[in-house]
Design a protein around this ligand. Sequence first.
Ligand SMILES: [Zn+2]
Length: 321
Amino acid sequence: MYSPRHLRERPGGGPSDPGRRALFLGIAASVGLGLVACDEGDAPEAPPRATAGAVPAPTRVPAVVRAAPRPATPPALSRREILAEFRGKIPTQWGLDVTGVATGSRSRSVALTFDACGGPGGSGFDRKLIRSLRRHHVPATLFINLRWARRNPGLLRELATDPLFEIANHGVHHSPLSVNGRSAYGIPGTSSLREAYDEVMGNQEGLSALTGRAPLSFRPGTAHYDEIAAAMVRRCGLLPANFSVNADGGATFTPEMVAGQLDGVKAGDVVISHFNQPSSGTGEGYVAGLPGMIGRGLRFDHLSAVFGLGKAALTGVAAGR
Ligand SMILES: [Zn+2]
C-alpha cells in the first residue's frame, strides 16, 4: 500500500525547492494529507541546527482512532517510580499514531488544536488567527512549548486567563518523544526514558507555574512518539494527543488550502494547526474557513472535553494572579 510517510518536505516550506514542494503538496492534496511542521526547519536531509528545537515535518494524517481514551491517570507517581516502571522496555512502534495516542474522538464536537513550537523562528504569535477564534466564540486548545512560554509570558497569561482557550503541553525542547533516541525528519528525539520524562514534565511544571493550572494533555515536537513514551505520558497524568486532520501542513499551507482542509472537518475530529507563524496562511485560512464550519452546524470544544478528561486543577502556584 502506498505510504505517504515516505514523502518528505522541507518543514518551513521555503522556496528552496519549489518544484518538489509543489509536487508534494499536489500529492498531499490529492489524498487529503498534509504536513506536520511547527516552526522553522531544515531540509530533512540536513542535520538539524543545534538551536532549532523543532521542526516537524511531513507526514500523513494518522487514521482516526475512535476508541475513547481512558482519562489520564492522576499524577500521583514520582519521577523515580515512573522511571522504574518503564525501565528496560523496548518500543516497537514510532510515529504519529502509535498505541495509546489519542487522535479522533467519539465526541460530537470538534477540537481545534494549535501548536506554539518556540525556538528561533518559532516564537511568533498569529494575532489574526486568535482574533478570529474570539470573534466567533470558538474554543481551542493551545499546545505550548516552554521556549515559547518563556519568550511570551504576557501573551501566555492573556491566553491562559481567557476561558475560550485551554493550555496544553508541547514539551521543553520540542523533541520527538523517544525512549531510545529515535529521530523524526532528522530531528533527534529524546535519547532515553529519563530525557523523555523531563521533556514532558519539565514543561508541565513550567506551564503550571506560569499559568496556575496543570495542563491535561501533551503533544511532542514533530508529533512523533514511541508507544513506551506514550504510555509513560499517561502515567504522568497526561493524555498523549495527536490529531485526525492536519489543517495547515505545519504552517506551510496557503489560506485556500487551510480553508479546504477545514471544509472536510467532521464531528469528533481533532484538528492540528499552528498559532506561532503569523506570516503563514493559517490565520487567513481560518478567517475564511471558520464561518463555513459554524454554518454546517459543527460544535467545538476543548481537547480535554472531547476526551472526557475533566477540568484542569488549580496548581495554586499562580492562582489568583
Ligand atoms: Zn510544534
